[in-house]
Design a protein around this ligand. Structure first.
Ligand SMILES: *Cc1c(COP(=O)(O)O)cnc(C)c1O
Length: 393
């Protein structure tokens, strides 16, 4: 690998880390579409298989394009080691399957990506791993949920859709006091805005499908942390097989090159749109960590470089009014996906949070008038006009 300086700024690491030029001296990163690798001799094959010689064997284990992506993302997160996976859910699955066993216990924040809740509640539970759900922003609640068999704390910050913020350092301290690990799903902020390992987390999880790719093209994921800690996660991956493909790794690797630029621009657009929404008479509340009105604004701004691209607002008039805003859009895509240069809008109560009971939804603070916007990089004027149309109806 070409040497890079880990002290370089994020912008530089995103463009320069993880480059391993072939004999041809290509400037851009090459893509290695090969499932297996050949050996020069029987002795070399034996040495590779017995781990006495480093090198590629089979693409379920390693592939140079995937390795380049892993090195670049590790440099960005300030991590020693990165295990790339086929999707964000594959990252969470590999992390838990690699590090936990039957009889272990997870403490997790209540507000969590829907499939993560499903995975914890309906799948890991069948293998003897139990999960307790606590209030994201309350370190005392995390402490109270700890059992003697608690191995892992798991959280997302800011949360979806209400952008609630967790104090990563405080929750890491609680986890470590009880001999547990803290894993942070850093999908919403990315290392361009927040570096959980520097704040005391042990593991960072990514859905690279979102902002790391940034243009909605491919699925991918990653688990990051110390090498020794994550060796069992890599061992699970190479055996069970939820490996990132070389093509997807290459797409995301190139996406990373503009990560800082994009995240700063997403954050700028989102902050301006949040301020504008706050001033609209038809809007009762706006949830965005970059707004002074956000209850945890100070913590968020201490922990994050900027507010990120996701905001939620509540329109007066409940579901009918909210659906009118969605249906009046001509530019913003009606989809639950996020982390794309294209802005998206979703009505959480009837989509991402539609399967949970109305009571549970109310307890989570998600009302029928709420809309979540993942603010893209289109012109702010056009985005405002697209939302204003439905608000005026
Ligand atoms: C999308 C998402 C995931 C899952 O990622 P996939 O790549 O879709 O598997 C996990 N966590 C968060 C916060 C997400 O937004």
């Amino acid at each position: 690998m070409t040497a890079f300086d880990p002290d370089w700024q994020t912008e530089t690491l995103a463009i320069r880390a993880g480059i391993d030029r072939s004999q041809f001296g290509e400037h851009s990163e090459a893509m290695y579409l090969t499932s297996s690798f050949v050996f020069e001799s029987a002795a070399q094959a034996a040495a590779r298989f017995s781990n006495q010689e480093p090198g590629n064997i089979y693409a379920r284990f390693t592939n140079p394009t995937v390795t380049a992506f892993q090195e670049r993302l590790a440099a960005l997160e300030g991590a020693e080691f990165c295990v790339a996976t086929a999707s964000g859910m594959a990252a969470i699955t590999s992390c838990v399957m690699g590090l936990l066993s039957a009889g272990d216990h997870i403490v997790s924040s209540k507000s969590l990506f829907g499939s993560t809740v499903q995975l914890f509640s309906t799948i890991f539970s069948r293998f003897g791993i139990e999960t307790s759900y606590v209030e994201l922003s309350d370190p005392a609640a995390w402490e109270a949920a700890v059992r003697p068999n608690t191995k892992l704390f798991f959280l997302e910050t800011p949360s979806n859709p209400l952008t609630e913020t967790a104090d990563i350092a405080a929750i890491a301290a609680v986890a470590h006091r009880h001999g547990a690990l803290l894993a942070v799903d850093n999908c919403f902020c990315t290392p361009a805005l927040q570096k959980p390992l520097q704040l005391g987390a042990d593991i960072v999880i990514h859905s690279a499908t979102k902002y790391l790719d940034g243009q909605g093209r491919v699925l991918g994921g990653a688990v990051l942390g110390q090498r020794q800690l994550l060796e069992p996660v890599f061992a699970f991956l190479r055996t069970a097989g939820p490996t990132l493909s070389a093509f997807n790794a290459w797409v995301i690797l190139k996406g990373l090159e503009t990560l800082q630029l994009r995240m700063d621009a997403h954050s700028r657009n989102a902050l301006e749109l949040a301020r504008w929404l706050e001033a609209q008479p038809q809007v009762s509340r706006v949830f965005y960590p970059g707004l002074e009105s956000h209850p945890q604004h100070e913590l968020a701004m201490r922990q994050q470089r900027a507010g990120g691209g996701i905001l939620t607002f509540e329109v007066k008039g409940g579901k009918e009014a909210a659906w009118r805003v969605v249906d009046a859009t001509r530019l913003i895509s009606i989809t639950a996906n996020l982390g794309d240069v294209k802005s998206t809008i979703t009505h959480p109560a009837s989509t991402t949070h539609g399967r949970i009971s109305p009571e549970a939804r109310a307890a989570a603070g998600i009302t029928d008038g709420m809309l979540r916007v993942a603010v893209g990089l289109e012109s702010l004027e056009d985005l405002k006009a697209d939302l204003a149309r439905g608000l005026a109806l």
